[in-house]
Design a protein around this ligand. Structure first.
Ligand code: CTP
Length: 429
């Protein structure tokens, strides 16, 4: 097996190399709960490919959490979490280090979480998703940097291909279907022929994934710099449709996604779901069960069509526009500002986002209370009328505002007494 010690030393920050050496020495000393220690997974793949690796993952044979505690004594880090699967997370001045116990996994049914048994390194690599992610580099001083590659990941790196390790891989863990396209695009790789066939055959297993796992995978896609290309490929390969037949990622949304310079997950999501009808949006939400922010964006993107047509009318006051747009999540508006037609609609959105969204009357609830206005619906209506008047230029100073309050307060109080109240948004006479 080749030794890739020089790659570790040249591609990783010096402090990380030091930490890995310490880990290897600790394992070799035999009193840390570990027998062997390896750098594994994505970092090894990235080293082999000459890419900048992310935070290191260490796997040890023996007892990962015990080893993690012993390591933190030497590198002045802290074990911040330990799981029932024999894993531990270390936060150190050099960053995050994941430590795991070498283990084998069995799946009781497709897409179930695996049952885990501590095992040797070969088994640990065998349970992994793709050959390129199933390589390990030894950290022991006696064979520092030696590559363990039983599934030929090195050769697949050289051939730029993503290959599963066994026929049931996507059934065991259908998140791998989404992972595969993420790696293909990120690394510029292609699926190996049989892997592509198996992926197509097993697309329907995505149905078995819990909504939480699906959302977590979508989030990882949205985090990637090449998010638009990943979604484009996933759409073309039927992966998006396998998540939900109602989910479609339109080319127009992807084009907009590519133009964005801000890093905002919700804005990417608005691009991704911009072409859905309200019915489709509801079906996608029912499948993904995402948090409230995601729900608001998915629903808001779909519902925007109606708002857009109202925004085209000629005689809208700034307060009418605010009333309409306040209900729309900002990421949906940002998307429309960039992607929408260059018409009155876009002018209104721009004015709202740049200026009108922030406009408040100078008079506050406390000011009104100091003038004897009781807290409650009447105060709410007065504040709303003040804001409307300010937006539409009908009041321009606090003096004007006090004047408006003086005029409107008796009328509103009277209406409240008689129970002939109008809703807060109704225009003042
Ligand atoms: N892994 C797996 N199957 C999964 C998730 C992860 O086999 N469904 C394994 C892979 O060996 C992977 C490692 O666990 O390399 C770590 O997972 P993760 O952090 O998600 O991936 P990385 O390869 O580190 O990729 P990234 O560069 O995206 O962080």
């Amino acid at each position: 097996m080749p030794r890739l010690a020089s790659l570790i030393e040249s591609k990783l920050p010096e402090e990380t190399v030091e930490m890995l050496r310490t880990a290897g020495e600790l394992a070799a000393a035999g009193e840390s709960g570990a027998g062997e220690a390896y750098l594994v997974g994505g970092s090894v793949r990235d080293l082999v490919l000459g890419r900048e690796p992310n935070d290191p993952d260490i796997v040890v044979t023996g007892n990962g959490p015990r080893f993690a505690r012993a390591l933190t004594a030497q590198i002045k880090g802290e074990v911040t979490s330990v799981s029932q699967f024999g894993t531990a997370v270390i936060q150190s001045p050099q960053g995050r280090v994941d430590v795991a116990t070498a283990r084998s996994e069995t799946y009781s049914s497709p897409a179930a979480l695996p049952e885990i048994t501590p095992s040797n390194m070969e088994d640990d690599l065998k349970r992994r998703d793709f050959s390129v992610n199933a390589m390990a580099l030894s950290l022991l001083p006696s064979n520092w940097g030696e590559l363990l590659d039983p599934y030929k990941g090195f050769a697949d790196c050289a051939r730029s291909r993503i290959r599963i390790l066994h026929d049931a891989s996507f059934q065991d863990d259908p998140t791998r279907i989404l992972r595969s396209v993420r790696y293909e695009v990120r690394l510029g790789f292609s699926l190996e022929v049989e892997t592509a066939e198996v992926l197509e055959r097993d697309l329907s297993y995505i149905d078995r994934l819990t909504s939480a796992r699906l959302v977590a995978e979508l989030r990882k896609i949205l985090e990637e710099p090449e998010r638009a290309n990943i979604l484009r490929k996933a759409e073309a390969e039927g992966i998006i449709g396998a998540i939900s037949p109602s989910l479609r990622v339109a080319e127009s949304g992807l084009k907009t996604m590519e133009q964005l310079d801000s890093a905002d997950e919700l804005l990417y999501l608005a691009c991704m779901t911009s072409s859905l009808t309200e019915e489709e949006a509801d079906a996608v939400i029912a499948r993904l069960e995402p948090d409230r922010e995601w729900q608001a964006v998915i629903r808001g993107a779909a519902a925007f069509r109606v708002t857009a047509s109202v925004l085209e009318s000629a005689d809208l006051l700034p307060s009418d526009v605010v009333e309409l747009l306040e209900r729309v999540p900002v990421p949906v508006l940002e998307f429309q500002r960039i992607a929408g037609p260059r018409t009155r609609q876009r002018d209104h959105i721009e004015a709202y986002l740049r200026r009108h969204r922030e406009i408040r009357p100078e008079t506050t609830g406390d000011d009104l209370a100091a003038q004897g206005v009781p807290r409650g619906p009447v105060m709410g209506k007065l504040l709303h009328e003040l804001k409307t008047a300010k937006l539409d230029g009908k009041v321009t100073s606090q003096q004007d505002e006090f004047e408006l309050v003086r005029r409107r307060l008796p009328i509103l109080l009277d209406r409240e007494r008689q129970g002939t109240d109008q809703p807060a948004g109704a225009a003042a006479p």
